[in-house]
Design a protein around this ligand. Structure first.
Ligand code: ADP
Length: 581
């Protein structure tokens, strides 16, 4: 909740900062545009000012020049029509609007428009300041609405003669329309105010003869006397300065940027006004461009984010599809492995079955061979036992038959011995008991073979996990093999059998050593192969060591054989000791 509030506050601060930055940027821009506009206006106002000044000054020389022409004035007094014609020709050449000559009392005696309906001839303009100033100062100028024509204009005048008593005054008038004719149609409003603050020239006719500031009674009286503005009421224009220093003014509810310049004649001032909306539209144009750029940037960012998200999604889809693919191939591999395992197990079972069959085949071949020989001998002997045979022969033959039967019994005993499965139950067996058990059954044979027996073992029990009968079978087989081997010893060679029981680390070690001929090189290689035997038929079947090796291997032990350095063989049985002991 706190975090949420914090993030809300942060968002608010960020929004306010952005807003402040925007307002500051706006103000800065507005100032910048205003400054630019002001500089532009200053240039423009100077153009207007100098052009107006030039137009106004263009005819300033004319009354003075005319006043030097005595002949003209002589004509004006004596043949005014001729003088008027001269004035008209001068007017047309100088492009002034009116030229006229007044007598010393102000009555017009000659005029360029003498032949027009509104001829000035006969009219008295003694009340006009340009007349009085010319009389008093030699020359004068004035702006006002024509007393006769009702057309506003600029008047310049000069007295005649230049010195001495005034006889006449010459005046030149330029219509105001000549002065401000080019002002219309510009983007700006241009007007000129006189020393009283009255608009005398303007690009907007409706602003003409409006006052910029209140007119005093005295000013009004003077204006009235001079008949400067005819019947115009000189109502206020309604110009308000908006207080922002120089520029901003409001005229009739429209804001303008105003630049003014002193024309340098009669206290006139030129006003150049451009609607403030020009700056506003510049600002609007800037901000709309900025907003469009910002929107485009946001759109571009969004687009980039979308593309990135799309790519990430595609990548992750690609990755997950790769993973799915991997998974599928793994599953496939597992299935294949299972199939291979099953095939292997089957092959193993098959192999076991086949080797069993092979073993059985070999066994039966062996048995057939072992028993076949005595049997065929017996058939021969029995066949020879005819009625004609003597008692002695019969006894001999019976004796041979008996020994053959005994041999067969011994063979079958051997087979039975190995066929006996024994107890397969694994339990704790003390190997000292195993030795005792094995000696019980082999003691007579040991004695018969004239073999000395040596048993080396500690008093402590040596316990292993095994089947007790099968363990005994192994030891009996090793003792019998030893006895068989020593059978071949020459009479002088001692026959010695050593049974040794010890422990080595976690193993029980049972060795059976004899003083026989040792194991031949060939026998070393074939020792554990089933049906390998070097003994004569009927004595050995070559199964003893093969079976013993299996029995010991099942107990996770080992059966190995070596020749003793002093002669004779040593068979070593190693079986893991029972851990609990
Ligand atoms: P068998 O005793 O029926 O021949 P075994 O598998 O027990 O079968 O023995 C295989 C062969 O190993 C014997 O024929 C013999 O050549 C050799 N052998 C076994 N024990 C000894 C021994 N103590 N000394 C010499 N050779 C031996």
């Amino acid at each position: 909740m706190q975090a949420f509030k914090d993030s809300r506050a942060l968002q608010l601060i960020a929004a306010l900062t952005v807003l402040l930055a925007l307002v500051l940027a706006h103000l800065f821009l507005r100032g910048y545009y205003l400054e630019q506009q002001s500089a532009r206006q200053n240039e423009r106002v100077e153009v207007y000012r100098s052009s107006l000044f030039a137009t106004l000054s263009r005819h300033d020389y004319l009354p003075g020049v005319l006043s030097k022409n005595d002949a003209l004035f002589e004509k004006a007094f004596e043949q005014p029509e001729q003088a008027s014609a001269v004035l008209e020709s001068v007017r047309s050449a100088s492009q002034a609007d009116f030229i006229y000559i007044m007598a010393a009392d102000g009555t017009t005696i000659a005029s360029s428009n003498w032949d027009h309906e509104e001829s000035f001839v006969g009219e008295n303009y003694g009340f006009r300041p340009y007349f009085s100033r010319a009389v008093e100062q030699g020359s004068g100028d004035f702006f006002g609405i024509g007393a006769t024509t009702r057309i506003a204009g600029y008047f310049v005048s000069a007295r005649y003669p230049e010195t001495g008593p005034v006889k006449a005054v010459t005046a030149v008038k330029v219509n105001s329309s000549t002065l401000d004719k080019n002002w219309k149609g510009s983007e700006a409003e241009v007007f000129v105010s006189d020393k009283n603050g009255i608009v005398i020239l303007s690009s907007s006719p409706k602003w003409r003869y409006k006052s910029l500031r209140p007119i005093t009674q005295q000013q009004r009286e003077e204006i009235r006397k001079q008949r400067q503005f005819g019947n115009e009421t000189l109502a206020p224009l309604g110009l308000k300065e908006s207080g922002e220093g120089q520029l901003l003014v409001t005229i009739q509810n429209t804001q303008y940027l105003q630049t003014t310049a002193d024309i340098g004649k009669m206290g006139w001032e030129l006003h150049y006004l451009v609607p403030y909306s020009v700056v506003q539209s510049q600002l609007v144009s800037f901000w709309s461009k900025a907003i469009i750029i910002a929107l485009m940037a946001i759109a571009a960012l969004l687009l980039i984010r979308m593309i990135n998200a799309h790519n990430a999604l595609r990548d992750s889809q690609g990755e997950s599809s790769k993973l799915r693919e991997l998974n599928r191939s793994l599953e496939h591999e597992i299935i294949e492995r299972k199939q291979v395992e099953a095939a292997l197990r089957k092959a193993e079972t098959d192999l076991r079955r086949t080797s069993k069959l092979t073993a059985m085949g070999q066994l039966s071949a062996s048995i057939t061979h072992e028993l076949g020989q005595p049997l065929s001998a017996m058939r021969t002997y029995i066949a020879s036992l005819g009625a004609h045979s003597s008692q002695e022969t019969q006894d001999k033959t019976l004796g041979k038959l008996t020994s053959l039967v005994e041999r067969m019994i011994s063979i079958t005993q051997q087979l039975r011995y190995f066929a006996r499965s024994g107890d397969k139950e694994i339990r704790r067996v003390n190997l000292r008991d195993t030795i005792q058990g094995a000696l019980n059954s082999t003691q007579p044979a040991i004695q018969a073979a004239n073999v000395t027996l040596d048993i080396q073992q500690s008093d402590k029990p040596v316990n292993v996990l095994a089947g007790s009968v099968r363990m005994e079978q192994v030891l009996v087989n090793l003792i019998r093999n030893a006895l068989d081997a020593m059978q071949e010893n020459p009479p002088e060679k001692p026959r010695h059998l050593l049974i040794h029981l010890s422990t080595e680390q976690n193993q029980a070690v049972l060795t059976v050593e004899d003083s026989g001929p040792g194991i031949s090189e060939e026998a070393q290689k074939m020792l554990y192969e089933p049906f390998y035997s070097t003994k004569p038929s009927g004595i050995g079947m070559g199964l003893g060591l093969a079976i013993s090796t299996n029995i010991i291997a099942e107990l996770e032990g080992s059966l190995s054989a070596e020749n003793r350095p002093q002669g004779g063989a040593r068979f070593i049985v190693r079986v893991p000791l029972l851990e609990s002991d």
